[in-house]
Design a protein around this ligand. Structure first.
Ligand code: HAM
Length: 412
């Protein structure tokens, strides 16, 4: 678990801000679920997944309730829907930390952040397209170029069940040729064997049946419409029939945004899909659902690798230097801040030289210098710090107006 320090922390905030702009422009509203829930909420993610069986931070609280820190937010959002029954289609977005007891490495952490959207109560392939396109648009807004959209359909629940049976038969026939790891995965969930990166499994996986052979007509038509919609929006995609995702609740459309620069195990920057049935599992009415979550930590690493979406400049506009004891700086910084100018100052009544050094280090565009002469004359000296332009003396009464036009000038 990591500390995110400035200026990186500013980038995190800007990231969420851009995401909010993209999804709120499409009618999604913020939901803030709790970070901890009854363990049962998360068990529905799938008792055959590592997320549930190995990675959960769960414990018994002082009231003898078995609770867990959330490993993701889709289950919480569905639980909230079942509890509050908002009008449908309910379009929600969220952001915040999640917890999984994984082996930490670059792009994989035990506490990691996601931003995401979920839509509950609408079964329309064009909604799948909208959701996928919003994630794509967001990555574009960050400036990421090396991005691949992987797309698959797991079919209707019956199709998926028949496919799982066929996979089990196929992998069981391979017997001892399959890695020990995959043989134990096979007992729990044959779909997950498709994720194995072990060399001894590669050929057996390549020869495995593919999901398209099991799609019902309805599932195939749904998937074809999703593809037509993405093509109409000029969003490129790659069909990946082995894309089964790490959580068990998916039905029909699944997708992942893969980055181009991270290790293959960590290159999924985000992913999602349809999960019709999850709300019902959590005690609500039968409700179709679709959404995605994007990993903040990982996406920012990809931004670093591509040299895009750098940290915003955290510097203030003005640094106030007061050689009269500090009382003037108290007043002027308060006035400037109230007037919309970002202002800082130094403390402990230091020398002019020390204060100017602090002003330069602050990254501010201007120093506002006040000594006894200026106090008597009702003025202040404005000195540019980022270039060697001339300093000017300004009436205190017009200081805010003057600085506004300078700051705007230097930012444009
Ligand atoms: P997920 O694929 O488990 O899906 O996670 C989504 C993204 O979260 C991943 O692509 C990755 O970027 C990031 N992520 C996951 N685990 C870690 C980790 N340990 N460290 C850093 N980043 C990580 C879900 O969570 C689903 N709830 C997505 C969804 C929403 N499906 C439908 N709606």
């Amino acid at each position: 678990m990591r500390d995110i320090m400035a200026p990186e922390s500013g980038r995190w905030r800007a990231f969420t801000q851009v995401f909010a702009e993209v999804v709120e422009a499409a009618g999604y509203q913020l939901v803030i679920p709790p970070m901890m829930e009854d363990l049962g909420v998360f068990s529905r993610i799938g008792d055959a997944t590592d997320v549930v069986t190995k990675e959960m931070y769960d414990f018994v609280d002082k009231g003898a309730r078995h609770v867990a820190l959330r490993p993701e937010q889709t289950a919480s959002v569905c639980r909230a829907f079942a509890q509050h029954r908002p009008l449908t289609p309910w379009k929600a977005w969220y952001s915040g930390p999640n917890f999984r007891y994984e082996k930490p490495q670059r792009g994989r952490y035990r506490q990691f952040d996601q931003v995401g959207i979920e839509v509950l109560g609408a079964d329309d392939p064009y909604l799948d397209v909208e959701v996928i396109a919003l994630g794509w648009e967001f990555y574009r807004r960050l400036g990421l170029e090396q991005l691949t959209l992987l797309l698959n359909s797991l079919g209707e629940p019956d199709d998926r069940a028949r496919y799982v049976d066929a996979l089990r038969t196929h992998f069981e026939a391979a017997g001892g040729d399959l890695s020990d790891q995959s043989r134990s995965t096979l007992d729990k969930n044959p779909l997950r064997v498709l994720d194995s990166k072990r060399r001894e499994d590669a050929e057996i996986i390549a020869a495995a049946p593919t999901i398209d052979q099991f799609w019902s007509d309805a599932a195939a038509e749904h998937f074809a419409t999703v593809q037509r919609g993405l093509t109409a929006l000029q969003i490129p995609f790659t069909i990946d029939m082995k894309l089964v995702r790490g959580l068990d609740y998916y039905r029909r459309t699944t997708f992942e945004y893969a980055g181009g620069t991270l290790d293959s195990a960590q290159n999924a920057l985000g992913g999602g899909g349809r999960y019709d049935g999850l709300v019902e599992d959590l005690g609500g009415p039968p409700t179709p659902g679709i959404g995605f979550a994007l990993g903040v930590d990982r996406t920012l690493l990809a931004c670093d690798d591509e040299g895009v979406f750098t940290a915003p400049d955290p510097a203030v506009d003005v640094f106030v230097v007061d050689t009269t004891g500090g009382g003037e700086a108290l007043l002027v910084t308060a006035q400037l801040r109230a007037g919309g100018i970002r202002a800082d100052r130094s403390y402990e009544n230091r020398s002019m030289k020390a204060q100017m050094k602090a002003a330069n280090r602050s990254g501010a565009a201007y120093a506002v210098i006040i000594g006894t002469d200026e106090v008597e004359a009702g003025t202040a000296v404005v000195r540019p710090l980022r270039d060697d332009g001339a300093q000017v003396t300004v009436e205190r009464d017009s200081l805010i107006t003057d600085l506004h036009s300078r700051v705007q000038g230097s930012n444009s």
